[in-house]
Design a protein around this ligand. Structure first.
Ligand code: SF4
Length: 374
């Protein structure tokens, strides 16, 4: 089984913390649409005829483009690949793009899952992040979206200076009150070269307090555990049956093809990524070629990739996984030895057939994974 990702690189305004690829000018939408449709056609063999069970529109802000354009892409994917009849088709949408008419249209063209960029229900917090929507829009869009979709995920951000623990609780309570079955919750990170990094550097914005983030992450895990959501990946929580199939395929090492500027693809042995520039992406396609870089993954890189992704999941490193079974005994013993060190500090938990991160270890996931790398 395989997945398809489409990157729609346009946004209404730039959130201060964002380091994704996007443009706030939509004048290239028509040319980019033609480019994406051509790229899908050209790369029809990338997925090695594996059935596609997930399609994911990410960005940027895919809800910014017309339903007709979304439909053209879905149809092209269906014409090109063998898409299963039960495929999960997710659209990332921002609250300020959501209205009753669009929800009905999206459902009609086959979108069956929404991932809504709520981030917060607090105006001060949204302003601090320079989000394009207000707290009222966060609430109103969920009132509407839950009328038309049952499979909904919302993104929430914690750990900003404007979010107290009480307000964080209020944000999570809103999600629970709307019976949202999937939550993706991220600690606000200050990525280099973002507007946020520059503003903090110039002391125009308060820096992030990582201790506060750790506390808010612990609170989150407690609240959602009580609410019956499964913590199945470090940043992701789901009611039974509502795990994201698309993101799970990344964590389970399945094939995926990404189309559009900056989109990544993975076929187990190599990884490739398109140029992160709308004009250059379009220019290259108009010349009949695709502008991308490719990295062939060595066996060690494949193993490290596996450690990195699997350690973030509830299932952890399973001794029956193909990748683990294909690893030589000396390397496996070295990894287990390193993991045992983290067991003594209470960051890793060992069971008969697997080991995984404890709640304490989850906040240190990247560092622990790097320590286990070969
Ligand atoms: S809406 Fe998303 S992609 Fe666009 S600027 Fe904000 S965080 Fe980045």
């Amino acid at each position: 089984m395989a997945g398809v990702y489409i990157h729609i690189p346009f946004c209404k305004q730039a959130c201060y913390y964002c380091n994704f690829h996007f443009s706030t000018s939509t004048k290239l939408v028509p040319a980019l649409m033609n480019g994406i449709l051509k790229e899908i056609e050209w790369r029809k063999n990338y997925l090695e005829e594996e059935p596609v069970e997930t399609i994911y529109f990410g960005g940027g802000t895919p809800s910014i483009i017309t339903t007709q354009n979304l439909q053209r892409i879905i149809e092209k994917i269906k014409d090109t690949f063998s898409v299963t009849t039960t495929a999960e088709i997710t659209l990332e949408a921002n609250p300020d793009d959501i209205c009753e008419d669009k929800l009905i249209e999206w459902r009609e063209i086959g979108i069956n899952r929404l991932s809504i960029g709520i981030q917060s229900f607090e105006d001060a917090d949204l302003r601090w992040m320079n989000r394009a929507h207000t707290a009222n829009q966060s609430i109103n869009c969920l009132q509407l979206a839950t009328k038309y979709f049952t499979n909904i995920s919302i993104d929430l951000i914690y750990g900003s200076p404007t979010l107290s623990n009480e307000q964080w609780k209020k944000n999570v309570d809103y999600a629970l009150a709307f019976h949202i079955p999937h939550l993706s919750c991220y600690a606000l990170t200050v990525e280099t070269k973002t507007v946020l990094a520059i503003l903090i550097d110039k002391q125009k914005k308060e820096n992030i307090d990582t201790n506060k983030q750790a506390v808010q992450f612990e609170l989150l895990m407690d609240w959602l555990h009580i609410a019956g959501l499964e913590h199945y990946e470090i940043s992701n929580f789901a009611k039974p049956g509502f795990r994201s199939k698309h993101n799970s395929s990344y964590w389970n090492g399945k094939l995926y093809a990404g189309f559009g500027p900056s989109a990544h693809s993975f076929n187990r042995h190599s990884r490739q990524w398109n140029i992160a520039n709308n004009a250059l992406y379009i220019q290259s396609i108009e010349k009949g070629e695709l502008n991308f870089e490719k990295e062939i993954l060595s066996p060690t890189q494949q193993l490290n990739e596996y450690i990195m992704t699997r350690l973030r999941t509830k299932e952890g490193i399973n001794f029956l996984d193909d990748q683990w079974l294909a690893t030589d005994d000396t390397t496996k013993n070295e990894i287990i030895l390193s993991a045992k060190k983290w067991e003594t500090t209470g960051d890793i938990f060992f069971d008969n057939n697997f080991f995984c991160l404890t709640n304490k270890g989850k906040f240190l996931a990247d560092g622990i994974a790097a320590d286990l790398f070969r």
